[in-house]
Design a protein around this ligand. Structure first.
Ligand SMILES: Cc1cc2nc3c(=O)[nH]c(=O)nc-3n(C[C@H](O)[C@H](O)[C@H](O)COP(=O)(O)O)c2cc1C
Length: 205
C-alpha cells in the first residue's frame, strides 16, 4: 500500500498558506493513489519535544548496550523514523520564521536525523539511508524577493536548508514549491496561491 507522510509546521492551523498548499497536494495525492494511506504529523497540534542528553547518548549507543533509560529517551525517535521509513512520499509544509524553519520542524529533524538509522558515516563520507522516496516541500514566506535573483535571496535559510537536509538523508527527488508575500496584497496573493496549488498538485501525481 502506498503511504504519504505529511508534516505540517505552521503554528497556524487556520489561515495558513503553507498548509493550504499541503491540502492541494494531499487532495491530488489521494486522487492519484486510491486506497493509499496518509499519515499526518501536525507539529502545531502535537509538538515534538527537543532531544535531550539521554536521547543523544542513546543515538550513539549500540543496540546490545542500550539501557531502559536510553530506550525511553530514544523511543520517540524510533517511532518518527519508522514513520518516515514507512512512507513512499513525504510532504513537508512550512513557513519561514525569522529566515529559517520553525523550531517545531527543527525538533522533528533532530529526532529523525540519526546515525546508523537514517544516515551512516564511514569516517570519510556520509551515506543517506532514506532511499527510494520523494519529498515535496511547500514554503510560505511573508515577504517577497526570496527567489534566485531577489533582493532577499541571501536571507532564505529555509529552502537551501531543507534541500540539503533531505539530500543528506538520501532523497534524490526533492521538489520545492513556494508562495511569497503572504502578508502583501490579497488579490495578488490569491492569484499566486491559485497557480502554486496547481503546481504542487502536479507533483502528487
Ligand atoms: C514568528 C514569525 C516569524 C516570521 N519571520 C519571517 C521572516 O523572517 N521572513 C518572512 O518573509 N516572513 C516571516 N514571517 C511571515 C510568515 O513567513 C508568513 O506569514 C507565512 O505565510 C506563515 O506561514 P503560514 O501562512 O503557513 O502560517 C514570520 C511570521 C512569524 C509568525
Amino acid at each position: 500500500m502506498t503511504t504519504l507522510l505529511r508534516i505540517d509546521a505552521s503554528a497556524r492551523t487556520e489561515g495558513s498558506h503553507s498548509r493550504d498548499l499541503g491540502h492541494a497536494y494531499e487532495a491530488a495525492w489521494r486522487a492519484a493513489h486510491p486506497g493509499g494511506t496518509v499519515v499526518h504529523r501536525d507539529l502545531a497540534a502535537s509538538a515534538i519535544p527537543q532531544i535531550t542528553a539521554p536521547t543523544i547518548a542513546g543515538f550513539y549507543t549500540p543496540a546490545d548496550a542500550m539501557t531502559d533509560e536510553l530506550r525511553a529517551a530514544t523511543a520517540l525517535s524510533d517511532a518518527l523514523i519508522a514513520e518516515l521509513m514507512g512512507a513512499d512520499d513525504v510532504l513537508v509544509t512550512t513557513p519561514m520564521y525569522n529566515f529559517s524553519i520553525p523550531a517545531a520542524l527543527k525538533a522533528w529533524v533532530d529526532q529523525i536525523v540519526r546515525i546508523n538509522a537514517t544516515f551512516s558515516y564511514d569516517g570519510t563520507s556520509f551515506t543517506g539511508l532514506v532511499t527510494g522516496k520523494r519529498v515535496t516541500i511547500a514554503i510560505a514566506y511573508g515577504a517577497g524577493g526570496y527567489g534566485p535573483d531577489g533582493a532577499l535571496a541571501a536571507l532564505d535559510l529555509v529552502r537551501p536548508y531543507l534541500q540539503t537536509l533531505f539530500g543528506f538523508l538520501g532523497f534524490t527527488e526533492v521538489h520545492v514549491v513556494s508562495v511569497e508575500a503572504t502578508t502583501g496584497d490579497a488579490v495578488m496573493l490569491e492569484a499566486a496561491m491559485v497557480e502554486t496549488r496547481r503546481v504542487i498538485a502536479a507533483f502528487a501525481a
